[in-house]
Design a protein around this ligand. Structure first.
Ligand SMILES: Nc1nc2c(c(=O)[nH]1)N[C@H]1C(S)=C(S)[C@@H](COP(=O)(O)OP(=O)(O)OC[C@H]3O[C@@H](n4cnc5c(=O)[nH]c(N)nc54)[C@H](O)[C@@H]3O)O[C@H]1N2
Ligand SMILES: Nc1nc2c(c(=O)[nH]1)N[C@H]1C(S)=C(S)[C@@H](COP(=O)(O)OP(=O)(O)OC[C@H]3O[C@@H](n4cnc5c(=O)[nH]c(N)nc54)[C@H](O)[C@@H]3O)O[C@H]1N2
Ligand code: SF4
Ligand SMILES: [Mo]
Length: 691
């Protein structure tokens, strides 16, 4: 009784359990978080919160937390550490990075971040820029860069599904938002649309709960999304279902696209995509005839070497059906009045970045500003295009998240100096010279959704004190900035960086917290006045500068990412777990109870053929490696498709097992798409057998 009556509820937004977004009410007493629930007034969630958001404070007070900076004393990866002070840690990092810079140039230092988690992502870029290194490494090769940048080149913006206005039809294309709520596309918004009559198409190789609800479920062969999209374009154009007015006024290269997609009739694409011709036709007709349509496009379309084709084909569908930048379609969300990213990260200080960054030497697509992990590791291992000798890694676990874990291991082992900031010791941190204990969600003032392109930023105020020696990443970076770069570009108080972002709005952070969020003013069909921000001022179905930029002018399909054969007859893919974030939080007991083991989903017919029993360990093999996960027999995937769990590692004292169940032992970084350096994470040929 007493407890409940004394508990105070504080408002914040969820973060660091996915991209974040839900408004939360956090109940605290005596400086401890006792309860978390969805805030009924939350702009994106209206009371919804998922299980891992509700449990998210359980990660704060665990024995696994790093509580003091550590310096390696044994050999790299041996697990022998000495506890050191923050002063010493900052001194050692700045000394080593400065020495690297003096010897090899600033570009020999890489600054690495995983999934964008909060403001520190942009403070890291600011530090890299001020330090003089063009090399910020991020997972964008497989996460959102393909979508964003293909959008920029095709229609001049990143078209995001608008769930805030009524759609007649929603297409979930490789996006399982009841589990992933990606970039704050919180599933409660979608479910409300469906309750209010929106129709639903799901493109997914697995019968998800949303696929069960859908009017049409397209169970495609993993990795053939671009093929399906081209067949849909074929139907829309051949059946004369496209929006003629929009196409005439606002598109470039329609006749070339029309001629090109005539090579992809649904009849011949059925064989490669495994989807019946009738269903492809029905999907195309629904998309063309119901307005507005929003396409919520997910990760799988950007996790093969063909990501550019898949993303381009999807934007072409949005365009010729006139669903770009209309309410309930795919919109260019206007930003609130806050500081632009370029200004915040001081892009002006590094004018040669575009020429100097590692991937510039690999001929990637213009506007890709973070180094693809494949090229970062290649630079470390082969010193090409130039030597990379040191890395600062925060909020990332590359040993699990980069394709080809062995390559990551070799690269990290070869570095002269590695710093990792995390909240627990991970396989990646275990290889570092210096490990820094970070404060995390609820423990410091933060801004969510900055830079995500959804036109909103969210307040995430501090609610409890971090463990005494745990620092917010933004504070760590501010101190490093003062120690190893021009101190006048940094701040007496690191929290001034929050005010800097907000400055144009006229708000201080405290006032922003009272408001809760800032959102740009809705403003649709901006092209009517200003055209599209492309070289032709139109949606470039055919890219007008393709030749000059070395890009394919039209979206194309040459086959699935990998061919199956007698040795590897099945197709491997994956989906994010609702209970975890990538490689994170297996050590949070309440979450682990919900999902104790890495599970591989296998169809009962396939399991029977291979002699695999439900619940037994299974060896999953590709041409690139093998792992063991536990079988779950289910008819939700196609019989020829295998779903592995992503991001699993375990630890036992100082030994970090990143091999046994890590899905990135099954992938390779030796073949990547040219535009974004994207490896195949989906659609890989595989086989399964009992252990
Ligand atoms: N095979 C395969 N590989 C994939 C994917 C896939 O689907 N399949 N998905 C890809 C995608 S989309 C992404 S975005 C990447 C994600 O890759 P990563 O971002 O590398 O993975 P995470 O597990 O999200 O986060 C890594 C670390 O951040 C730490 N962390 C959490 N909060 C904080 C904090 O506040 N401060 C600090 N310093 N650390 C913190 C966690 O403890 C964790 O160890 O993986 C990619 N890799
Ligand atoms: N719970 C949880 N939420 C997360 C994350 C997490 O790790 N856990 N990660 C966050 C991050 S960084 C990201 S980028 C987003 C990603 O979120 P999503 O875009 O939803 O990505 P996934 O879960 O990888 O895949 C979505 C769906 O695609 C299906 N799928 C698999 N292969 C294919 C294919 O080849 N084609 C098609 N069309 N579908 C396929 C899967 O069955 C799954 O249902 O989620 C964010 N939210
Ligand atoms: S859906 Fe995402 S933002 Fe919402 S509570 Fe869950 S983890 Fe947090
Ligand atoms: Mo991601």
């Amino acid at each position: 009784m007493g407890q409940v009556s004394e508990m105070r509820w504080i408002k914040t937004h969820c973060g660091r359990m996915d991209h974040g977004g839900c408004g939360l009410l956090v109940g605290i007493k005596d400086g401890k978080i006792l309860r978390i629930k969805g805030d009924p007034e939350g702009f994106l969630n209206r009371g919804y919160a998922c299980p891992k958001g509700i449990q998210s404070a359980d990660k704060l007070n665990t024995p696994h937390r790093l509580t003091q900076p550590l310096k390696r004393v044994g050999s790299r990866g041996e697990g022998k550490w000495q506890r050191i002070s923050w002063d010493e840690a900052i001194h050692l990092i700045s000394k080593n990075l400065t020495e690297t810079k003096d010897r090899y140039g600033a570009k020999a230092v890489a600054f690495c971040q995983g999934m964008p988690k909060g403001l520190e992502h942009f403070v890291l870029i600011r530090l890299a820029n001020i330090f003089g290194s063009p090399n910020v490494v991020a997972s964008q090769d497989v996460c959102h860069a393909p979508r964003e940048i293909s959008g920029m080149h095709t229609c001049g913006f990143y078209p995001v599904a608008d769930f805030h206005h009524k759609s007649k039809l929603i297409v979930l294309w490789g996006s399982n938002i009841t589990d992933t709520n990606e970039e704050g596309e919180i599933c409660s918004l979608l479910l409300k649309q469906v309750r209010n009559g929106a129709r639903l198409i799901v493109v997914d190789p697995r019968r998800t709960p949303l696929a069960e609800k859908a009017d049409l479920w397209l169970q495609l062969r993993p990795g053939t999304d671009h093929g399906l999209a081209l067949a849909i374009l074929n139907v829309i154009i051949n059946e004369d279902l496209y929006d003629k007015d929009f196409v005439n006024k606002w598109t470039h290269g329609f006749s070339d696209l029309a001629e090109h997609v005539s090579r992809f009739p649904p009849e011949s694409m059925t064989e490669v995509t495994w989807i019946e011709t009738d269903k492809i036709r029905s999907a195309a007709r629904m998309i063309a005839q119901m307005n507005p349509v929003s396409i919520q496009w997910g990760n799988p379309i950007e996790q093969t070497v063909n990501a550019f084709h898949a993303c381009r084909a999807l934007v072409c569908i949005m365009a010729i059906t006139a669903n770009l930048d209309v309410p309930g379609g795919n919109v260019h969300a206007p930003e609130p009045n806050i500081m632009g990213l370029g200004k915040f990260v001081r892009a002006d200080l590094i004018p040669d970045k575009r020429k100097e960054m590692i991937h510039a030497y690999h001929g990637t697509i213009p506007r890709l500003m973070t180094v693809p992990p494949a090229f970062f590791r290649e630079a470390v291992l082969s010193e090409s295009p130039y030597p990379v000798k040191a890395a600062y890694i925060q909020c990332a676990n590359p040993m699990l998240s980069y394709a080809d874990a062995r390559m990551t291991f070799e690269a990290l082992m070869k570095l002269d100096f590695l710093t990792v900031s995390d909240i627990v010791m991970t396989p990646t941190a275990s290889l570092a010279d210096i490990v820094l204990p970070a404060a995390t969600q609820f423990e410091f003032n933060d801004i969510g959704h900055y830079g995500l392109g959804h036109g909103i930023i969210l307040a995430r105020p501090k609610i409890v004190e971090p463990p005494e020696q745990c620092w917010p990443d933004i504070k760590i970076l501010n101190e490093l900035g003062k120690a190893m770069t021009d101190p006048t570009l940094w701040f007496e108080d690191y929290e001034e960086m929050l005010n800097l972002v907000l400055k144009p709005s006229g708000l201080r952070y405290k006032e922003f917290v009272e408001k809760g969020y800032l959102k740009g003013q809705d403003n649709f069909q901006k092209y009517l006045e200003a055209g599209f921000k492309t070289p032709t001022g139109k949606v470039e179905l055919k890219l007008s500068r393709a030749e000059e930029l070395g890009l394919p002018a039209l979206p194309d399909f040459e086959g699935p990412p990998e061919q199956t054969d007698d040795d590897y007859p099945l197709v491997l893919t994956s989906a994010k777990s609702p209970n975890y974030l990538h490689s994170s939080y297996r050590w949070v007991e309440s979450l682990r109870k919900r999902e104790p083991d890495p599970i591989v989903l296998i169809h009962p017919l396939t399991a029977d053929e291979c002699g695999i029993k439900n619940g037994s360990p299974v060896k999953v093999e590709t041409r690139w490696g093998s792992i063991v996960q536990k079988a779950k027999l289910t008819s939700t995937p196609h019989p020829k498709v295998v779903f592995v769990s992503h991001g699993w590692w375990t630890f036992d004292k100082n030994r970090y097992d990143w091999k046994r169940s890590n899905d990135n032992m099954l992938t390779t970084a030796s073949r990547v798409g040219k535009e974004f350096g994207t490896p195949n994470l989906k659609g890989i040929a595989c086989r399964v057998s009992p252990v």
